[in-house]
Design a protein around this ligand. Structure first.
Ligand code: NAD
Length: 437
């Protein structure tokens, strides 16, 4: 099957490469020439574990290629996936669909023979209808069907998630689409991935509902963490105590600095905005968004409190900048707001991140960057752990204590044990561990 991906970003590149690995013939098209040039030279423009080898293998076996010429690729393909970005629109939080609609228009101009157009980007309910209308207006003669196939992969574990998904959701309005979709995903059915067929609008909503639910779960445990601090309880145990109940589940119950990244913030905003526009407000989601916004400021206050009430003129060492480990993605990372707030309060920030420094420099240009964690800590008045990369999980605490000017560690991911820190004479502040009482 000949497949084209429009957009060779985190989703398009990973999904396209995995489908090539399953034996399909895939071209990833991007209008960013530098990205396509890099890919053609064997350089991967993003950090995603295992992706470089998988791309190299499939390029070598001639199942995967890269192009900037959408027209030529669409003319000869059976399926076009739209995997372009849908960031928040400035001002109102609605999803900016201009990239999706531009792609649809361009695809329309080049369709030849029956073509399945699959929206993989996360898009609000009704976008599939609009994509269909755009293509039909542009090319009344075109033979095509528009399908919604939202993507659930997680950055950092994207290949495994794509190859072994919990489920594949496909929203169709035209029965011809089912056969083609089955053929695309047949290799995954051997991995026992259930395919859930729904109407198109339902599939679009499933993606937002999933992300909003997960964001709510994180926000819930963050509130419990605050309560734990106030009453002297331990949120790690609370999370375990409730998570062992199968109706609740243990995942996404890690208290921390609030959710961030390229999906949860923008998708919760887009869902809330859709709900508002349609006259069926999503009050719970509105609240989740607002609590999460406050949380990042609250984390900065926590660090200030740990430093004795002021960070003016102090040096704060930060470990981990990306919104989660194993990615270089800095989009809406909590570290941005936390660090900005500390700088505003007069702190000098020095940071380290194993893979995210290059992206971080674009959004946090005025802080200092260290090459490794201990150099980051040297002489600092406090150490703050924001992202739980593996390399930060077994730090030499004695060495850290000797390097720090003040033995203060704020662990916003609860990687370490308070008792272990106390034993070493480190003033340790986790999240939700009742330690500020
Ligand atoms: P991204 O910004 O990494 O990639 C988008 C790519 O599309 C860019 O490389 C851009 O140059 C390209 N592009 C834009 N318009 C184009 C056009 N007309 N022709 C060719 N290329 C074009 O974005 P992403 O993180 O891959 O996200 C893509 C979509 O998938 C979004 O809707 C997102 O919400 C959704 N999604 C993302 C994730 C994730 O973890 N990143 C997970 C699930 C779903």
């Amino acid at each position: 099957m000949r497949i084209v991906f429009v957009g060779a970003g985190y989703v398009g590149l990973v999904s396209g490469t995995c489908l090539a690995d399953f034996g399909h013939d895939v071209v990833c098209v991007d209008n960013d020439e530098s990205k396509v040039d890099a890919l053609r030279q064997g350089r991967i423009p993003i950090y995603e574990p295992g992706l470089d080898d998988l791309v190299a293998r499939n390029v070598q076996q001639k199942r995967l290629s890269f192009s900037t010429d959408l027209g030529e690729c669409v003319r000869t393909c059976d399926v076009v996936f739209i995997a372009v970005g849908t960031p928040s629109r400035r001002g109102d939080g609605h999803a900016d669909l201009s990239y999706v609609y531009a792609a649809a228009r361009e695809i329309a101009r080049h369709i030849e023979g029956f073509t399945l157009v699959v929206t993989k980007s996360t898009v609000p309910v009704g976008t599939g209808d609009e994509v269909e209308r755009i293509i039909r207006d542009e090319r009344p003669d075109a033979d095509f069907a528009v399908v919604s196939n939202p993507e659930f992969l997680r950055e950092g574990a994207a290949i495994e998630d794509f190859k072994r998904p919990d489920r594949i959701v496909i929203g169709i309005e035209d029965e011809r689409a089912r056969e083609v979709a089955n053929e695309i995903y047949r290799p995954l059915s051997l991995n026992q991935a259930p395919i859930l067929y729904t109407r198109r609008r339902t599939a679009e909503l499933i993606k937002y509902a999933a992300n909003a639910f997960l964001a709510t779960k994180i926000t819930f445990i963050n509130e419990m963490a605050d309560l734990c601090e106030a009453v002297g309880a331990d949120v790690q145990d609370v999370a375990r105590g409730i998570g062992l109940d199968n109706r609740i589940g243990r995942k996404f119950l890690h208290a921390g600095p609030g959710f961030g990244g390229s999906c949860f913030p923008k998708d919760t905003r887009a869902l809330a905005e859709t709900a508002r526009q349609i006259g069926s407000p999503a009050r719970l989601i509105d609240m989740v968004i607002s609590i999460n916004e406050d949380r990042k400021r609250q984390m900065a206050e926590k660090i200030v409190a740990a430093c004795g009430g002021s960070v003016e003129g102090r040096t704060i060492a930060v470990l981990g900048l990306t919104f989660k480990p194993n990615t270089d993605d800095m989009r809406e990372s909590p570290s941005i707001d936390i660090i900005s707030a500390l700088v505003e309060k007069g702190a000098k920030v020095r940071a380290h991140d194993p893979e995210g420094a290059e992206q971080a420099r674009k959004v946090l240009p005025d802080i200092e960057y260290a090459d490794e964690p201990y150099a980051c800590a040297a002489g600092a008045d406090a150490l703050v752990l924001i992202t739980e990369w593996d390399v930060y999980r077994a730090l030499d605490l004695t060495r850290l204590k000797d390097l720090l000017a003040q033995p203060v560690i704020c662990d916003l991911r609860n990687v370490y044990k308070p008792a272990e820190m106390a034993r070493r004479g480190i003033r340790y502040y986790g999240v939700g561990r009742g330690e500020l009482r």
